[in-house]
Design a binder for this molecule. Structure first.
Ligand code: FAD
Length: 144
């Protein structure tokens, strides 16, 4: 029977800025936990804001997202629904990190606008999340 795979994408604001050491610690814990629960995905941090994609078995993703949402280090979380996905897009990454410096300037500006609550007039969260996923996929070769 095929796995019940789902994806969720969210955006949030860090309450205190994360420096490199804090990001590394976050990634280490995330990778350890995600490996254990079969979650893969990508994290982006830019200018005090996060975007993250989590994919994996439904129960594992829902449980991890609940835990992450309750983390007091960030707030203002806006998330897509947890949606079924046919296959993993980030299968090699228990949590890939895409440095903001590796984003094309246009994507960086768009990401900043979304987090300031100024997405394009006709955009909804799902289309923003879909374009974030594309940015993540395009960034796969530059992920760390
Ligand atoms: P713990 O042993 O409880 O904590 C691990 C370490 O994290 C601690 O030693 C400490 O250094 C740090 N830490 C935890 N909470 C705090 C806090 N409130 N303030 C300061 N430092 C703290 N977890 C995942 O499992 N997978 C993910 O993909 C993931 N992505 C995240 C993305 C973001 C943007 C954020 C903010 C958090 C994310 N987390 C993720 C972390 C998650 O919110 C939980 O902190 C973590 O899952 C707890 O795991 P644990 O109980 O094994 O670790």
């Amino acid at each position: 029977m095929p796995e019940d795979l789902v994806t969720v994408v969210y955006f949030s604001h860090a309450l205190e800025p994360f420096d490199d050491a804090a990001l590394l610690a976050l990634l280490q814990i995330s990778r350890r936990n995600n490996e254990r629960s079969g979650i893969t995905g990508v994290l982006l941090y830019h200018d005090g804001n996060f975007a993250q994609a989590l994919e994996g078995p439904r129960l594992a993703v829902e449980e991890a997202f609940k835990r992450i949402s309750a983390d007091p280090r960030h707030d203002g979380i806006i998330a897509t629904a947890v949606l079924p996905t046919g296959s993993r897009q980030f299968a090699d990454w228990s949590m890939g990190f895409l440095p903001a410096t590796e984003l094309p300037e246009a994507s960086r500006r768009r990401f900043a606008a979304v987090l300031k609550g100024q997405p394009g007039a006709a955009e909804d969260l799902d289309s923003i999340a879909a374009s974030m996923l594309k940015t993540f996929r395009d960034g796969l070769p530059r992920m760390r």
